[in-house]
Design a binder for this molecule. Sequence first.
Ligand code: FAD
Length: 105
Amino acid sequence: MQRQEESSEDIVIVGAGLAAALRLHMKGVRSVVLESSPALRALGFAFATWPNAFRALDALGIGDQIRKLHLHIQGLRVMSASTGEIAKEVDFRDEFRCVRRDVLM
Ligand SMILES: Cc1cc2nc3c(=O)[nH]c(=O)nc-3n(C[C@H](O)[C@H](O)[C@H](O)COP(=O)(O)OP(=O)(O)OC[C@H]3O[C@@H](n4cnc5c(N)ncnc54)[C@H](O)[C@@H]3O)c2cc1C
C-alpha cells in the first residue's frame, strides 16, 4: 500500500469550489479542493449573472473587472416572431449581466 503524505487543512471542499477556496485563502484559512474533473472547463457561452453573483465576485476583488466587460441588461422583451407584439416584458431593477464563461474562468 502506498504511503500518502499527511496534510492538515482547516476545510475540505468537495466538488468545484475554487472561488470559495480563493476567498478562504484571502482570509488566511487553509483549504483543499477535491474535484473529480481533470481540468477547468468553460461549457456554454454566457452565464446569467445576478446581484448575489456580483457580491461574490466583489468579495474576490474581480467584480469591477467583470462589470467593465459586460453590459448591465436593463430589461427583457419576448416578442412574437409572427406579429412583432410583445408577449412578455421584464424589467431588471437589480444588476443583471450575461457574463462570458471564458472571461469568468
Ligand atoms: C445548461 C445550464 C445553464 C445554466 N445557466 C445558468 C446561468 O446562466 N446563471 C446561473 O446563475 N446559473 C445557471 N445554471 C445553474 C448553475 O450552473 C448551477 O446552479 C451551479 O453551477 C451550481 O453550482 P455547484 O457548485 O453547486 O455545482 P456544480 O457547478 O455542478 O459543481 C459541482 C462540481 O462537483 C464535481 N463533482 C461531482 N461529483 C464529485 C465527486 N464525487 N468528487 C469530486 N468532485 C465531484 C463536478 O465535477 C463539478 O465540478 C445553469 C445550469 C445548467 C445545467
